[in-house]
Design a binder for this molecule. Structure first.
Ligand code: FES
Length: 152
């Protein structure tokens, strides 16, 4: 499905040590990337809670991008490796709750890789545009105690 007027909303959770810095560098170098991407700075991909992804979709995101330091360069040693393992398991859950796993992307982008950041950003927007809008999540699978805690 491809709707030419569809502009996907992508929420990007970027590690402040690398991918967020790469986004900054892209800006400094005037490398444009799609405005569909809203960047959120996180301390490390290892701090990325899968609940944030669910909340993003519940609040209207069409795609989620998580990007961190390359393996072996995480400032907290293994945060990105933990994120990678968590993400592999989480993809199965996404399918189970009816979200196409292609809507969520994990990548590694170093702080000096502005061009790589730009390319991945464009690729994510292109692939989500191709998939189309995310279905609205009507079922509330977040426990009552978590609701209203965070608005993304
Ligand atoms: Fe960047 Fe851990 S500090 S992914």
């Amino acid at each position: 499905m491809s709707d030419k007027s569809f502009q996907p909303k992508i929420l990007a959770f970027l590690c402040k040590w690398c991918s967020y810095a790469a986004a900054d560098l892209a800006g400094v170098n005037r490398l444009s990337y799609p405005p569909n991407i809203t960047a959120i700075k996180i301390p490390c991909t290892g701090k990325m809670n899968p609940e944030y992804i669910i909340q993003a979709f519940r609040q209207g995101a069409d795609g989620v991008w998580i990007s961190g330091c390359h393996p072996g360069t995480c400032h907290y040693t293994s945060g990105n490796l933990i994120a990678r393992r968590r993400f592999a398991v989480f993809k199965n859950l996404l399918e189970y709750i009816g979200i196409e796993p292609q809507r969520v992307r994990l990548s590694w982008v170093g702080s000096s890789e502005a061009h790589r950041f730009q390319e991945i950003a464009q690729d994510i927007v292109d692939s989500i545009t191709e998939i189309g809008p995310a279905r609205k999540m009507v079922k509330n699978i977040i426990p009552q105690s978590y609701q209203g805690v965070r608005k993304i």
